[in-house]
Design a protein around this ligand. Structure first.
Ligand code: FES
Length: 114
């Protein structure tokens, strides 16, 4: 019989989801953005500590337009057309500064604070 092992997870403050689905961006742009995110979070010091950001890939948010799309939880903030440069601004102003970048938001969920 296979033993079921309870998973463990390092604490985090925010969870950033990146859509890597093929319907919202061309040329695997979502996956490319996700790949960059690891280094960007590390460079910003967000890979550990009290502001640690967890990152995950999603296959579709059901809003397949103008990707790459990212979602920041529990803030309930959804960004569209996220380039590497825009991601830098989101990291600096939202993830580090706590102020979402309204210019890039296409939806706000129930946890939204702005
Ligand atoms: S494929 Fe990205 S939202 Fe659907």
């Amino acid at each position: 019989m296979t033993e079921i092992i309870k998973p463990t997870m390092v604490d985090y403050t925010r969870h950033l989801l990146v859509c890597v689905g093929e319907h919202c961006s061309d040329n695997n742009a979502g996956q490319a953005l996700y790949d960059q995110l690891k280094d960007k979070l590390k460079e910003s010091g967000l890979n550990e500590g009290t502001l640690r950001v967890k990152r995950s890939r999603a296959s579709c948010f059901g809003t397949c337009k103008s990707g790459p799309l990212i979602c920041v939880q529990p803030d309930g903030v959804w960004y569209y057309d996220v380039t590497s440069e825009k991601l830098d601004r989101i990291i600096k102003e939202h993830l580090l500064g706590g102020v979402p970048v309204t210019d890039y938001i296409y939806h706000q969920g129930p946890g939204a604070t702005i």
